[in-house]
Design a protein around this ligand. Structure first.
Ligand code: HEM
Ligand code: HEM
Length: 268
C-alpha cells in the first residue's frame, strides 16, 4: 500500500482506480457514518452507566444497549460492502505524511471496534448456561438467592439448584429463574422483536455441570475485552474528532463538509 493510502483508499483501489472529482463522501456513506456514530456514542454512554441502575431499569438499559450494538454490527457490514464497491473521495491534498498514517490507523481502529465491540458483547450474553441444563443448576449453586420474606441477609440457593443436604424445600418459588441481580437469562429481543440467538458454541460450554466454571472464566474474559475495548474506542474516537477539528479549523480545509456537515462542494 502506498503512503497516504487510508481505509478509504482501499475502497478507491477496489473501485478499479477510476478518477474522481468528488470532494465529499456519498450520501449513503454519510448516513451510515452518522447513524453508526450516534449508536456507538449512545452505547458507550449507556454501557458505562447502566450497571448503577436498579432492576428492572438495568435490564431495559441492557436491552437498548444490545439492540443498538447489534444494529452497529449490521450497519457496519453494510458500510464495509458499500466501502468496497463505491469510490470514496480522494484525501485532502494538504495532509502531511504522518497525518495520513495516523488517520489511517485511527480509521482501522474504529472499524475493529465497530465489529469487535458488538461481537464481544454478544459473546458475554452467550456465556451463560442454557436454562434447565446441568450447567444452569451448577450456576445456581454459586449464586446466593434471597427468598422473599426471609430474614434480611438470609440467602438460599437459587431455585433450580440441587438442594443442599438437609435444607428445607423451596416451595412456591419458580424453578430455574434467575436470582435478583443475576445476569439476564431472559430471551433477548433486539428492538423488542428480533430474538438474539446465543452464540451456540459459547453457550454449549455450560451445558454440563463441569462446563459451568470454564464458561464463567470465559465470560469474565469477554467482559474484560469488552470493557478495555470500550476505553480504547473512546481514545480512538477522541483522536478521530481531534483530527477532524484540526483539519477544519487549523488547516482551514472543508473536512466536515466531506462527511456531510455544512454545505457540500459537489453533489454525488
Ligand atoms: C463513534 C463514532 C465515530 C466512528 C465509529 C467514526 C468512524 C469513521 C470512519 C471509519 C471514517 C473513515 C471513512 C469511512 O471508512 O467511511 C470516518 C470518517 C470521518 N469522520 Fe467519523 N466516526 C465517528 C464519529 C465522528 C465524529 C463525532 C465526527 C465529527 C467531528 C466525525 C467526522 C468524520 C469526518 C470528517 C470523516 C471524513 C474523514 C476524511 O476522509 O477526510 N466522525 N469516521
Ligand atoms: C458498538 C457497540 C458497543 C459498545 C460501544 C459497547 C460498550 C460498552 C461499554 C463501554 C460497557 C461498560 C464496560 C465497563 O463497565 O467497563 C459495556 C458493557 C456491556 N455490554 Fe456493551 N457495547 C457494545 C455492544 C454490545 C452488544 C452488542 C452487547 C450484547 C449483545 C453488549 C453487551 C454488554 C454487556 C452484557 C455489558 C455489561 C458487562 C458487565 O460488566 O458485566 N454490548 N458495553
Amino acid at each position: 500500500m502506498k503512503w497516504g493510502m487510508t481505509t478509504s483508499d482501499i475502497g478507491l483501489a477496489a473501485a478499479a482506480g477510476k478518477a474522481t472529482a468528488r470532494s465529499s463522501y456519498s450520501r449513503v456513506a454519510i448516513i451510515l457514518h452518522w447513524t453508526i456514530a450516534g449508536l456507538i456514542i449512545f452505547n458507550l454512554a449507556i454501557g458505562l452507566v447502566m450497571e448503577g441502575f436498579p432492576l428492572p431499569l438495568r435490564f431495559f438499559a441492557l436491552l437498548l444497549h444490545v439492540s443498538s450494538g447489534m444494529t452497529v454490527l449490521a450497519l457496519t457490514m453494510v458500510r464495509l460492502v458499500w466501502w468496497l464497491t463505491h469510490e470514496p473521495p480522494p484525501h485532502l491534498a494538504s495532509l502531511k505524511f504522518w497525518e495520513h498514517r495516523l488517520a489511517h490507523g485511527v480509521h482501522v481502529a474504529l472499524y475493529v471496534a465497530m465489529v469487535g465491540m458488538p461481537l464481544t458483547g454478544w459473546a458475554i450474553v452467550s456465556a451463560h448456561p442454557r436454562l434447565g441444563s446441568a450447567g444452569a443448576a451448577e450456576q445456581a449453586r454459586h449464586l446466593p438467592f434471597k427468598i422473599p420474606g426471609s430474614p434480611a441477609g438470609a440467602s438460599q440457593p437459587m431455585p433450580g439448584a440441587p438442594p443442599e443436604p438437609g435444607a428445607p424445600a423451596l416451595s412456591g418459588v419458580p424453578q430455574g429463574g434467575p436470582p435478583p441481580g443475576a445476569p439476564p437469562r431472559r430471551e433477548m429481543k433486539v428492538w423488542g422483536f428480533i430474538t438474539l440467538p446465543p452464540i451456540k458454541a459459547i453457550q454449549d460450554l455450560g451445558e454440563t455441570a463441569g462446563g459451568y466454571e470454564p464458561q464463567q472464566a470465559l465470560h469474565e474474559e469477554f467482559v474484560s475485552w469488552h470493557s478495555i475495548g470500550g476505553y480504547l474506542l473512546i481514545l480512538a474516537l477522541a483522536l478521530h474528532i481531534a483530527g477532524a477539528l484540526k483539519h477544519q479549523y487549523v488547516d482551514k480545509e472543508p473536512e466536515f463538509q466531506r462527511m456531510g456537515l455544512g454545505r457540500r462542494n459537489k453533489k454525488v
